[in-house]
Design a protein around this ligand. Sequence first.
Ligand code: CA
Length: 705
Amino acid sequence: MNRAMACAASALICASCDGRSPEPLASSPEGPASAAVQAGWPVHGGTTSEQRFSPLAQINKDTIADLKPAWFVELDTNRGQEATPIVVDGVLYTSTAWSKVYAVNAKTGERVWYYDPKVPGIAGYKACCDVNSRGLAVAGGKVFLATLDGRLIALDQKTGTPLWSTVTVDQTQSYTITGAPRVIKSKVLIGNSGAELGVRGYVSAYDMESGELAWRFYSVPGDPAKGPDGAASDDAIEKLARPTWFGSKYYQYGGGGTPWDAIVYDEELDQVYVGTGNGSPWSRRQRSEGKGDNLFLSTVLALNPDTGAYIWHYQESPGESWDYTSVQPMMLVDLTIAGTPRKALLHAPKNGFFYVLDRHTGKVISANNFVPVNWATSVDVATGRPAITANAFYDDGAFFATPTGSGAHNWSPWSFSPRTGLVYFQAQETYLRYDDLPDWKYVPGGYNLGQDRRPEVVRDDAKRLPPAKFYVLAWDPVENKERFRVDARGGGVLATAGDLVFQGRGVIDGELVAIDAATGQQVWSYPMPNAAAAAPISYSVDGEQYIAINTGARATGNLQGIADAQARARQVGRLVAFKLGGTATLPPPPGPAPPPNPPNEVFADDVVRAGELLYADYCGRCHGNATRSINVIPDLRRSPALTNKELWHSIVIDGALTDLGMIGWNHLIEPTQAESIRAYVGRQAVVLRDELAAAPAMPAAPTAE
Ligand code: CA
C-alpha cells in the first residue's frame, strides 16, 4: 500500500503519517462507508451528505505558514467562476464559465483533457447572473455536465469524449442550468434556472447509462387546460400545490420555483431533498391574485430517488414575493438536540432563517434568524409557519426588506466541522425596495421581475437604505445560534480536520484566507490575482494535502461598496492549488480598467434621460446599475464602441457580439433608442472621467511575499 492509499484508508492514518494527529473525533462524520474516498473530493459536497468537511489535517495551525501555491491553471474565460472541483484517483475535474470542463492532474495541474460544449451566446442573455456553472458529477466512469443552455452530457471520465447528450429543457424558453448534477444510485438528477425570466421549474432524473428520462417533478402547477404532465409530480401538484394558487397568470407567466442548486441524497432514509426557487414574477399579487402559499415555491421537497414520488415538503417562504429562493446548499447531519438523536437537514436560505428540519418528516426542529430579518418576526416550530409582518407583501405600497433577493446566504457552499460542531457560511445584510412597477406588462422571454426599478427610485433608495454588511458566521446548529462572526466579503467555505476554515475573498482581486475553526481568528492569507466566490476543496495526493479553488469574476453585478477607481482590466479566471512548500508564483492582478471613453458629441438632456430609462430596463442587469459594472461584463463607460455610432449599433441592434452573450435587441429596441442609450452611457463616461481625475490612484497590487 502506498502512502496515498494509506491516506485514503483512514483520515487518522493520513494525519499521523503526516506527523500530526488531530484530536480523535467523537464520531465519524460520515460513517465507515466514506473512509475509502476521503483522500479525494469525489462528489460536489465532499460527501453525499454535503457537509464539505475535509478529514485531512496535514495543513493545520502549526504548518500553515508554509502553505504556498503548488500550481495554477489559467482558464479560457474571464466570466464568473463558481464551480466546486471534484477529485477522483488523482485527477481534478472542474466546470467553468460557459460550461466548459477541465480535467487536470491533481498533483501538477497538467491537462488530462478539456471539453467545450459550445454553449450558444444567447444562453448568456437568458442567465440572470452570468454564465456560471457550479460543478460536475463523476461516477461510473463518466463525468456528468449540465450546460447553461439546458443540456445534460455524459463524458468519458478518461478521455472527455461525449457518450450521450440530452436536452433537459424547452430551449425556446428562458431556461438555463448553472447547478451541478448529482448522481443518485443509477440516475443523474438536474434542475434548472430562469424564474426571473418566466419559466416553470422542475427537477429531472436521467438514467446514467442511457441518458433517458426516468422521472420529472415540477415545482409549480402548469396550465390546467393542458391536463396532467404525466410526471412524478402529478398527484402532489393537483392535491397540494394547485389549491394554493389563484387566477390564471401563474401558468401564463411560468410561475417559477426553479430548483437551481441544492439536490442532496439521504443514503440512510433513501430520499432526495431538492430546494426550489422563487416565484415568477416576484410579486404574488401579479401571479396569484395576491393570495395563497403558492406551493412548491421556496420549498424543501423530499422525493423518492427511484420514482420521483413526493414524500414531504416544507415551504420556507409561503407566498414567496421577495426572490427568497430555497435552493441554497443543504447538509445532512446527525445531531443530538435536547438529549434526543435527530437526523437533521440544515438549511440557511436567502430568507434569513437557519432551519433545522427533521429528515423523517420535514417538520421544523428549530428556526432562528441568522441576520436581521423584517419580513417575518419568527417561525412557529409547531406549525412551521413564519409570522409574516404587516405589508411584507407590499400590498400597501413599497416594503423595504432585509434580507433581499441577494440572499442573507446565497449559493455559497457552506461547511460543517464535526470537531467544533459548527456550520460556517458567508452571510450578508442587504436591503431592497419591493414594489410593483406601475402598469407592468409581462414580456415573453424577457426579464420579468415586475418590480419598480426606475432609475430615480433606485437612486432615492441608495440614499435611504443602510449599506450592506458581509460576514462569515460560525453557527451552532444544536442551539441554533451564532457562536462568532468574522467580517468578510467572500464566497464558499471549507472546514478541515486541521481545525481551519478556508475561504476565498475579494470582489475584483482576492485572497485565500484561513481562520481558526474554534475562534475565527485569522491564521493565514495569501493574495490571488482573482477574487474567489467558489468554494475551496481539499484532497491528498502522494501524502501531500492540497487546497484547491476556482477563482475568477464574482459573476455580474455592480460596484456596491467598491470605488470605480478600484476596477481592474478584465482577466481570465484561474484554478489555483496550494500545498505546504508549494513553489508556483501566481501572476499579479491586472492593471486598472481601461480609461473612460466619452464621445465628444453633446447629447440633449431628454435623449440622455430616455437612454437612462432604456438602460435600466434592458442593460443594467448585466452591465451594472447606472453603468457601474465591475468590468466582468464590460463596463460600457470604457467601451471602444461608445465613440463609434456604427459599431455601437452593430452590437446593440444587429447582435455583432451574440457569441459572447450580448444579443442583438432589434426585437425590443429601435435604432434611435440604441442611440439614446449611447447618449446616456456617454454622459456617465464623462462623470466617471471627472471622478477618476479627482480620485487617488489605485494602490499597488499586493504581492505574495
Ligand atoms: Ca431568483
